[in-house]
Design a protein around this ligand. Structure first.
Ligand SMILES: Cc1ncc(COP(=O)(O)O)c(C=O)c1O
Length: 438
């Protein structure tokens, strides 16, 4: 069904294959590497990842069938998700551009992260694991994995960057509703966590540290396996469902994007919406501009392109990626999900070959949140603080179209909702508590 504003797919139009860009990349993807010294992290990979995910990580098959059991879980999570034409926003901006946004904010826990959480939980259960461990920054990934674990019948342990754990008590309760065991990281649950906690029990933590804790916890329990919510090839593969649905929807709308935009932390939602389109750009010679929206607090696509660890304690193999350094300290921002030191190897390669542009917005977040307030007032949906970067970038591009009188079609992803993040918006936009008024 279609109308002027929402383009909605039926359940039987849910894609039945994921798109893997590896065979279509302009250059072969550099493999994970071992550091010059120490044990082989590459050799350790089968002990770190779910078997099916490791297979997908290396696969050069262009199309990978989505098992019926996972398609069923996707339907239960409300997929396919609508694509919207932002007509009210276009009017407000007075732009000749056409703006379309994908609604990952309809996810049960609030973000696109459920797309890979459900797939990973399904494969882990099939392999006989009983518990999943993970890290989370913004809390969206931990919440998504807690939800997926609960749906397939697994236990879940979440190591949550302490600074964010402290300012998102509602998100914590949401994870607890699904039965997850949640620790502020660095925690006293792992040897690595204990050393940092002993130095500073108020340690803010980082995603890199929380990853190390999740890995250590899983390594010490044969019934547990670690799951990562971004960066890796198989995560972007699972997220390709976003872009594949969007391709069908744009076809129904009779449109083709000139520009594809999303926010980028480790790269999973950006890869999800962009890579199916990037595949067309690479194999069918289509002209599409791809823009990743980042924060100046973590502009990893402006870092160095080199082999680096994905975690603080150097337990993962080294991945060739744009990185700010795996032990870098970054200032806190409300869009905490964007605060990761490295960008996915696939997207890093595409950045290096000139197929991917990036913009970084000021770390005080005033600009992106003010733009997002305009979006909220026109369109009515409340994006997550991370998604606010995508919204601001799309609006900037629409304004450029107005200045240059260009009728571009701009597609952007809204990776999540901000219902549990209003304190951040309130703080930055000055929405102060007010005395009771009647
Ligand atoms: C709503 C939302 N969007 C985006 C991101 C950034 O992650 P990625 O770059 O993997 O999409 C996060 C991470 O937590 C998130 O919660």
């Amino acid at each position: 069904m279609t109308d002027d504003r929402a383009i909605i797919l039926k359940a039987d139009e849910l894609p039945d294959k994921w798109y893997n860009i590896l065979p279509d990349l302009p250059e072969p993807l550099p493999p994970p590497m071992d550091p010059p010294e120490g044990y082989s992290r590459v050799g350790d990979l089968p002990n770190l990842l779910i078997g099916e995910c490791l297979k997908q990580e290396m696969s050069t098959e262009r199309w990978i069938p989505i098992p019926e059991g996972i398609r069923d879980l996707f339907l239960a999570a409300g997929r396919p998700r609508p694509l919207y034409r932002a007509k009210k926003l276009e009017e407000k901006l007075g732009t000749p551009a056409k703006l379309f946004y994908k609604s990952e904010f309809y996810s049960p826990t609030g973000s696109h992260k459920v797309n890979t959480a459900l797939a990973q939980a399904y494969y882990a259960k099939e392999q006989g694991f009983e518990r999943l461990t993970t890290e989370t920054g913004a809390g969206q990934w931990g919440n998504a994995l807690a939800y997926a674990s609960s749906l397939v019948g697994l236990d879940c342990t979440v190591f949550w960057v302490r600074a964010v754990y402290r300012w998102k008590p509602q998100r914590l309760k949401f994870m607890q509703m699904f039965g997850a065991d949640v620790f502020a990281s660095p925690s006293t649950q792992t040897e690595f966590g204990k050393t940092l906690y002993a130095e500073d029990s108020n340690h803010n933590g980082s995603l890199g540290i929380a990853i190390s804790e999740g890995l250590e916890d899983a390594k010490n329990d044969p019934k547990a396996v670690y799951c990562l919510g971004s960066v890796l090839n198989h995560v972007l593969l699972h997220q390709s469902i976003i872009g594949l649905e969007t391709m069908k929807q744009m076809e129904i709308a009779g449109e083709y994007p000139d520009t594809v935009i999303s926010c980028l932390g480790g790269g999973s939602n950006f890869g999800g919406i962009a890579l199916p389109w990037m595949g067309e750009a690479l194999t069918k010679n289509k002209e599409i501009q791809f823009i990743a929206a980042q924060s100046e607090a973590a502009p990893n696509l402006q870092g160095e392109y080199k082999d680096d660890f994905a975690d603080h304690a150097e337990m993962t193999p080294m991945l060739k990626m744009y990185t700010l350094g795996h032990q870098v300290t970054m200032v806190p921002i409300y869009g905490d999900g964007l605060r990761y030191h490295g960008s996915s190897p696939i997207l890093s390669l595409l950045r290096n070959t000139g197929h991917l542009d990036a913009v970084a917005y000021p770390a005080d977040e005033k600009y992106v949140f003010e733009k997002t307030r305009e979006f909220v007032q026109a369109e009515g949906f409340l994006p997550a603080p991370e998604s606010a970067y995508s919204v601001a970038c799309a609006m900037d591009e629409a304004i450029k179209c107005k200045e240059n009188n260009e009728k571009k079609t701009i597609l952007f992803n809204i990776s999540g909702h901000g219902f549990l993040d209003l304190d951040g918006y309130g703080e930055v936009l000055g929405l102060k508590p007010q005395p009771e008024r009647s």
